[in-house]
Design a protein around this ligand. Structure first.
Ligand code: HEM
Length: 517
């Protein structure tokens, strides 16, 4: 909130800029729209557009409320930037998938450079650099690679069980370590330290800043008032600038430090296989410098993009298990019929566990870690169902609204895995890797296969061996928990407490035996 205030205080100084901007916008609109209307939406005010109509930290709430008034495709204007909000999966697929030639760019995020992450794949414009990154991702994260990495996921999941049994109160940190160990292992061949790992701490801190500062809505303000980026960090109220400076320093650390670690391991001949190892040892003869930078940026993106989203969903899973003990018990009963008491679950059991599968789908729906996904941008003018969508528009996939579509999901706030089954009792056939939670079209999440396997390994291992319950206060009463999220570009549950207990002495013994073996 203080960021908003400092932004707006400074914004007030920008009258002259605003006037020039208004003229530019008016000229641009006159030349672009022809006679076709923009999609419907709340009437923008002169110059500032709809800035006062939304919350800059939770814009999806207004976008979702407007769905009832304006429908599946909404036009919003924030300062000089045109936004098109997509509120239904059908319209999202029609535009982002079927017209991907036009809808695969990213908006001009002025905050990209300001926060020092202009190299982040997620934010690259559509072009040669992005294609080179996506080629590297494809090589390391395609569905087949994820199958090969399943043993690592299960091994890490079983270590997570031991940490949860040993220190239930620290469950948030243990889940973060679980995800970090997998991602740092497959990306850099690096073994994370159990506590205060320097690379993990840097990413955590960087993600914290980016989550608050990187929304396209804030970027639109910075784009309209570029002088804000040049206010010195010592200026009163310049907290935004100070955070950005810190972000630039952290981003350099995240980009370089683990990469240099792997390089030195390769030079010493002791590097295990990893994304960076494979890519560096398979480089072409030419342009070593450019190739190395692409590998470095791709690897750092894996950590930034994969870490926050996956941990957020697993925290959401723990919350759901406390709030819905019936679901937990039903999943455990299913697992017990498939996995006998002499072993722990493996990926071979997955097809026999449809209810666990439905829980995974329901987590992706109930807990949208990226409520507005990652914005796309149009690289050309377009016309859709009679509405004009200009080149350069920021096209926002409102997952918050899509996941709460009451026509598809009755009582959408309820966590109900049963909604993913057909009336005949069979699991619906949609693939998790096609889930709209991973975005659409040419920018679809390249980490979705890895993410799916990481989440499944964590969820099934916890359900098979542990019971998640409400924690008890010192008075012996249960501590109630609520579904409440943080705000920003990506969201997670607000901190809550829980108790974790082994489901039986035999199951605890299985975990210990596995880790001792
Ligand atoms: C369950 C966890 C995850 C969710 C919900 C998620 C979701 C998303 C979404 C919505 C996008 C934007 C897609 C679009 O623009 O249409 C995206 C992009 C991306 N994700 Fe994920 N993701 C997850 C995990 C991961 C993991 C584990 C990795 C890496 C291993 C990863 C790497 C990326 C990258 C590199 C992009 C940018 C692609 C581009 O801009 O071309 N994600 N993700």
């Amino acid at each position: 909130m203080s960021t908003n205030l400092s932004l707006f205080t400074a914004s007030a100084l920008g009258g002259a800029t605003a006037l020039i901007l208004a003229l530019v916008i008016a000229r641009r609109r006159a030349s672009n729209s022809g006679s076709l209307p923009y999609p419907p939406g709340p009437k923008p005010l002169p110059v500032i557009g709809n800035v006062l109509h939304i919350s800059l930290t939770e814009p999806w709430l207004a976008y979702t409320a407007w769905k009832k008034i304006y429908g599946d495709l909404i036009r919003v204007r924030l300062m000089g930037q045109e936004f098109v909000i997509i509120n239904s999966e059908k319209t999202a697929r029609a535009l982002l998938d079927h017209r991907s030639a036009i809808y695969s760019d990213r908006p001009v995020l002025s905050t990209r450079k300001f926060f020092g992450i202009e190299w982040l794949t997620v934010l690259l414009h559509y072009g040669a650099e992005l294609r080179s990154h996506r080629k590297l991702f494809h090589h390391a994260l395609q569905a087949e690679s994820s199958i090969g990495q399943r043993e690592i996921y299960l091994h890490r999941a079983r270590s997570l069980l031991a940490s949860l049994l040993h220190d239930p109160e620290g469950f948030e940190a243990h889940i973060r370590s679980f995800v970090a160990a997998i991602i740092m292992g497959i990306t850099y061949g690096y073994e994370v330290q159990p506590e205060n790992d320097p690379y993990v701490s840097a990413v955590l801190e960087l993600n914290g800043i980016l989550t608050k500062g990187l929304t396209p809505e804030k970027s639109a303000i910075l784009l309209a008032f570029p002088f804000l980026a040049r206010i010195p960090t010592w200026f009163p109220g310049a907290s935004f600038q100070r955070e950005a400076l810190h972000s630039r320093q952290l981003a350099q650390r995240v980009l370089n430090a683990p990469f240099e670690f792997t390089k030195s391991q390769i030079e010493a001949g002791i590097a295990p296989q990893s994304l960076v190892f494979d890519c560096l040892t398979q480089m072409d003869e030419d342009n070593h410098e450019d190739q190395e930078f692409a590998i470095k940026a791709t690897a750092a993106t894996v950590f930034i993009a994969g870490f926050e989203t996956s941990t957020s969903l697993l925290h959401g899973f723990i919350l759901a298990m406390i709030l819905y003990p019936r679901v937990q018990a039903k999943a455990q009963a299913e697992i017990d019929t498939v996995v006998d008491s002499t072993r722990l679950p493996t990926f071979e059991d997955r097809p026999s566990l449809p209810y666990v599968e439905a829980i995974l789908r329901e987590i992706l729906r109930w807990m949208p870690s990226l409520p507005l996904a990652v914005p796309h941008a149009t690289s050309d003018d377009d016309v859709f169902e009679g509405y004009f969508i200009p080149k350069g528009a920021c096209v926002t996939l409102n997952l918050w609204a899509i996941n709460r579509d009451e026509e598809k999901y009755t009582d959408p706030d309820e966590f109900r895995p049963e909604r993913h089954f057909a009336p005949d009792g069979s699991l619906l056939s949609d693939l998790i890797s096609d889930n709209v939670a991973f975005g659409l079209g040419r920018r679809i999440c390249p980490g979705r296969f890895a993410a799916e396997s990481i989440l499944w390994a964590g969820i099934v291992s916890i359900l098979a061996t542990l019971r998640i319950e409400k924690a008890q206060g010192i008075d012996g009463h249960d501590i109630n928990v609520k579904k409440q999220f943080t705000t920003g570009f990506s969201i997670r549950c607000l901190p809550f407490r829980c108790a974790v207990v082994g489901r039986s002495a035999q199951k605890e013994k299985l975990v210990r035996e596995y880790l001792d073996s």
